[in-house]
Design a protein around this ligand. Structure first.
Ligand code: NAD
Length: 451
């Protein structure tokens, strides 16, 4: 059986590798760099910058642990070089994996010729055709660009632009307090930018548990990030003429017009599926503006064509794409479906981090699920106290039978901690099971025993 996979992001390349390891022949088509947005302009470069920011904060706060650092330097160029080196090393690793003898890696832009044939145009204009029994679309997403006058001015960038910046902007205005906006706010605030976030909604992270979102916002505010919530952006204007490059973000709140001056404006108002170059209409694959429609096995309206990852418009997370690929491949090969995509942990890599799995309290209320809400605080956790990172809280939601339906955390290492609860939820465990499990003392994970 030959499978064609379009897109070599985490969803595409990991599925290609798994298929090859299982003995299938794979053609993997990628127009840009292997690793997709996650590796080249998303998860990985931002986490490298997060680490630099974390070290900077540790140095600044070292006195609290009895260590004086009379002199330290911050070299943004070196920070960016380290980020690029991390990306290159991982990319080389991906390319080595893609050297698998069953994978034919093709560079170029793919579009459907018919439902079994993909035509690929390479950079030099040559067109080749590939035929497959099964095709998996994994073409990801692109940044959404809202219809705001001035959004095309120099100095207004998407996250990929800021990741290539030569300088730390003195004043950074971020439009959108979602995951991307907050991660960049946290990083650049540590690097010394004066960060202002302008957000349309009344609270940050609209899809997160709002209790946790509010506390995280307060925590980030204490670090100097200025939040302008409930703000309707009307335009971005060039405020200092061409020479200064200064920008004004103009918005209204409760009918009153305000503006924020900035050197750089980051547009972080969501992402949309990369649908339009695939020629889907001609082959009958159903889609909406939100993405390609799929069933529980990631199958599109054309049964031998599957779609995984951001292109399906669901949860836009690299790990979701990877596990959707496993689900699709199991279905293609007639294997038992053992992947539970309903337990989907997510994390926000701010300082402190936030993480979440399962339903939020608001979703439980809307669905009429009677839940008990338990809370525990890092200020009562011995390890957090020793680390000097007591800012944070964990919130666990259980149903009337005591089963865990959701968990939401902000605080140190939340992105790691959340996996314990994800594992319990996958095993359909109860809050009693957590209490009976032996936890290392002292550990951050003990916070779950305190719930
Ligand atoms: P998002 O959907 O998380 O947040 C966008 C925010 O912009 C929302 O709060 C929205 O209300 C606001 N907004 C939209 N239009 C606006 C306007 N005109 N003015 C002011 N505010 C406006 O989107 P994102 O942060 O751009 O991230 C895109 C995708 O990438 C998300 O699906 C996210 O989950 C994913 N991502 C995940 C991670 C991670 O898992 N750590 C990191 C980065 C990105």
């Amino acid at each position: 059986m030959r499978i064609i996979i379009i897109g070599a992001g985490p969803g595409g390349y990991e599925t290609a590798l798994l298929a090859a390891q299982r003995g299938l022949d794979v053609t993997l088509v990628e127009r840009d760099k292997a690793g997709g947005t996650c590796l080249n302009a998303g998860c990985i470069p931002t986490k490298s910058l997060c680490r630099s920011a974390e070290i900077l904060e540790n140095v600044r706060n070292a006195a609290g642990c009895g260590i004086s650092v009379p002199q330290y330097g911050f070299d943004f160029k070196s920070v960016m070089e380290r980020k690029d080196a991390v990306v290159s090393t991982l990319e080389a690793g991906v390319m080595t994996l893609l050297g698998h003898p069953r994978i034919d890696y093709v560079k170029g832009r793919a579009s459907f010729k018919d439902s079994h044939t993909v035509s690929v145009q390479s950079a030099d204009g040559r067109v080749s055709e590939y035929t497959g029994d099964i095709i998996i679309i994994a073409t990801g997403s692109v940044p959404a660009s809202p219809d705001i006058p001035g959004a095309d001015l120099p100095g207004v960038v998407f996250s990929s632009g800021l990741l290539e910046s030569d300088v730390v902007p003195e004043r950074l205005c971020i439009i959108g307090a979602g995951v991307i906006g907050l991660e960049f706010a946290s990083i650049f605030s540590s690097f010394g930018s004066k960060v202002t976030i302008v957000e349309y909604c009344r609270e940050i992270l609209p899809r997160f548990d709002q209790d946790i979102a509010k506390r995280l916002r307060q925590s980030l505010s204490k670090r100097g990030i200025d939040f302008r919530m409930g703000a309707q952006v009307s335009r971005i204007a060039s405020s200092g003429g061409h020479q200064s490059g200064a920008l004004s973000v103009v918005f209204s709140r409760k009918g009153i017009e305000e503006q924020v001056e900035a050197d750089t404006v980051l547009m972080a108002v969501g992402r949309r599926p990369a649908l339009h170059t695939l020629n889907l209409d001609d082959i009958g694959v159903g889609y909406t503006l939100k993405g390609i429609s799929v069933n529980a096995f990631m199958q599109t309206s054309v049964p031998h064509i599957y779609a995984i990852g951001d292109i399906t418009g669901g949860v836009m997370l690299a790990h979701a794409a990877v596990m959707q690929g496993v689900k699709a491949l199991d279905h293609i090969m007639g294997l038992e479906d053992r992947t539970d995509l309903s337990v989907m942990p997510a994390a926000v890599f701010t300082m402190p981090e936030a993480a979440s799995v399962g339903l939020t309290e608001e979703e439980c209320k809307a669905a009429g699920i009677d839940v008990t809400c338990r809370k525990a605080f890092f200020r009562a956790n011995g390890k957090a106290m020793c680390m000097g990172e007591t800012d944070g809280m964990c919130k666990l939601l259980t149903d009337s039978a005591g089963r865990i339906v959701g968990c939401h955390i902000y605080g140190p290492h939340s992105s790691d901690l959340i996996h314990e609860i994800a594992a319990f939820m996958t095993m359909k465990a109860s809050v009693d099971d957590i209490r009976r499990m032996v936890h290392v003392h002292p550990s951050l994970n003990e916070i779950f025993r305190a719930l």
